[in-house]
Design a protein around this ligand. Structure first.
Ligand code: G16
Ligand code: MG
Length: 209
């Protein structure tokens, strides 16, 4: 089972929102929580392009790098507040049950901070493989992050399933030949394989194979 991180295992979206808001405010760009929803599963560089497009703001390539670094510095400070208590009991119970049934677990996240986040919330040791923003060149909706996760697990996509909260993540999973559980925004995706209101509902869909 390959889990997206932000929005599935832990809600860092509010922290991304606060960090992007600080950058947007400095540039005089109006930025709402609704705008922030468009950044789900999108890489840091592509997220910056979306924020700049909201203000029709043009900046140089060098300045883009500076802005992305500044956003990350603010975000990293906010991540210091995360603790294992930020993981919902339903998430922990689901991971326990999946491991109890002998499934191998992986992370498939666009974030370059995935390992830091997993350490903060005390979940890093739960995963047999971590595929994240550090080992990919193309971000979701490209399937690369999930294909790498399957490769790390030494399994074909047909033997894995992905869990996602972002539409771009569902597109990535389907493009890679994975079936996909959708939660939150991703449950609205017309082609998602299974729709979940909470993570533990996935247990009802597992069959012995
Ligand atoms: C996450 C978030 C995105 C964020 C991206 C990159 O993806 O959903 O909003 O822009 O990671 O994060 P970072 O700036 O930490 O590299 P995912 O795939 O875990 O949902
Ligand atoms: Mg996500």
């Amino acid at each position: 089972m390959i889990f997206d991180l932000d929005g599935v295992l832990v809600h860092t979206d509010e922290l991304h929102y606060q960090a992007w808001s600080a950058i947007a405010e400095r540039l005089g760009i109006a930025f709402t929580r609704r705008d922030n929803d468009r950044l789900r599963g999108v890489s840091r560089a592509d997220s910056l392009e979306i924020v700049l497009s909201l203000g029709m703001t043009e900046v140089s390539a060098v300045e883009k790098e500076v802005l992305a670094d500044e956003k990350n510095a603010i975000y990293r400070q906010l991540l210091d507040r995360l603790t294992p208590r930020d993981v919902a009991p339903d998430v922990l119970a689901t991971l326990d049950e999946l491991q109890g049934r002998g499934l191998r677990l992986a992370i498939g996240s666009s974030s370059r901070n995935a390992k830091v986040i997993l350490d903060r919330i005390g979940l890093r040791d739960r995963f047999d493989a971590i595929s994240d923003g550090e080992n990919i060149t193309r971000s979701k909706p490209d399937p690369e992050v999930f294909l790498r996760a399957a490769q790390f697990l030494a399994l074909t996509p047909g033997r894995c399933a992905v869990v996602e909260d972002a539409r771009a993540g569902v597109d990535a999973a389907l493009a890679g030949g994975f079936s996909c559980f959708g939660i939150g925004d991703a449950a609205e995706h017309p082609r998602v394989t299974w729709r979940l209101e909470k993570l533990s509902e996935m247990l009802e869909h597992l069959t012995d194979r």
